[in-house]
Write a protein that binds this ligand. Structure first.
Ligand code: PMV
Length: 322
């Protein structure tokens, strides 16, 4: 059986996914919108062979056992069943960005795995099927399958909960300047976090209002209206973190430097610069700006106390063969 190598980008959510209606199938309680991050990527090779005694996972040159291997095996087993094969797989994967620090490493990882494993098993899945398969590994991975600006429709069932591209990367020259304030591994992963979302008294209000925020965000992207985008993504990020902070047990991802970046971004915007912040399940701040301003913004971010370094990414393409 052939081996296949794929590449997928992480994505940054502009309207966040937080909470599942089905934790095993990873069916979300709300739709979400993101953009793929060019330049940051996961590259994954999958090889099925009758001579492998078990599935094997190597991440950044180190063999992974335990929960990491189990999560990957879950996807490999779904693929084997779809393809009607019994062979075990060797998965070799590499990231060019720090894992577990709010840069959605699981999104790129499971998007790349869905593509490489299905192709290596002889399947030629369509984009919606790939997005659904990636979703089973990590919800946000469904959004790293299509290109550019992407919306994951929550759907009514398993079959219609997948992501689609709403605009290609070249539609709008946005750049994500990721202010890294903490490159370590986060304390509570998002799988656990989704399961806690419903314990916050604020989650219902967040979910009830999501269709409105999705409409505003989608329109802002389609019309390239930076000001409208800035307001809605900051609101959405703040609402999700309010749910996190008020869940039981509470989750506090922000650090003092996170707040310093928020304040600087708001001051810069008030002075006329196109900047807006958003934060996933970590302390790092994704500062969205226009590509032509990104060098200057990146330099300003680097000068803020507590910012260790700044990664920059333009809008990225779809998961693909590599
Ligand atoms: O795909 P997961 O289970 O890692 O969840 C991602 C959750 C957030 O990054 C906080 C929000 C999002 O929509 O990406």
């Amino acid at each position: 059986m052939a081996s296949f190598t794929s590449l997928a980008h992480p994505n940054i959510a502009m309207i966040k996914y937080w909470g599942n209606r089905d934790n095993t199938l990873r069916l979300p309680v709300n739709g979400s919108i993101s953009m793929n991050l060019d330049g940051l990527f996961t590259r994954t090779t999958v090889n099925f062979s009758a001579s492998f005694p078990a599935h094997k996972l190597t991440l950044n040159k180190r063999q992974i056992l335990g929960p990491g291997l189990e999560r990957v095996s879950y996807i490999l087993n779904i693929v084997r069943e779809m393809a009607g094969i019994k062979e075990n797989a060797e998965v070799t994967t590499e990231n060019n960005f720090p894992a577990g620090a709010g840069i959605a490493s699981s999104a790129a990882a499971f998007a790349a795995l869905a593509l490489a494993s299905s192709q290596a098993a002889g399947l030629n899945l369509k984009q919606d099927q790939l997005s659904r398969l990636a979703r089973r590994g990590s919800g946000s991975a469904s959004r790293s399958i299509p290109s550019g600006f992407v919306e994951w429709k929550m759907g009514q069932a398993e079959e219609d909960s997948y992501a689609i591209s709403i605009a290609p990367p070249e539609h709008w020259d946005l750049t994500d300047c990721v202010a890294v304030v903490n490159a370590g591994h986060k304390k509570t992963g998002s799988t656990e976090g989704h399961a806690l979302a419903g314990t916050s008294p604020l989650q219902n209000a967040r979910v009830q209002d999501t269709a409105r925020r999705l409409d505003i965000c989608r329109q802002a992207i389609l019309q390239k209206d930076f000001d409208a985008l800035a307001h809605i993504i900051e609101l959405d990020s703040d609402i999700m973190h309010s749910v996190m902070m008020t869940s039981n047990p509470p989750l506090m991802y922000w650090q003092p430097a996170t707040l310093r970046v928020f304040q600087a971004v708001r001051e810069w915007r008030a002075s006329g610069l196109p900047v807006a912040y958003t934060v996933d399940a970590g302390a790092n701040v994704h500062v969205i700006t226009l590509r032509e301003q990104s060098k200057m913004i990146s330099k300003k971010l680097n000068e803020l106390p507590g910012v260790k370094n700044v990664l920059t990414a333009n809008v990225g393409g779809a998961a693909r063969a590599a």
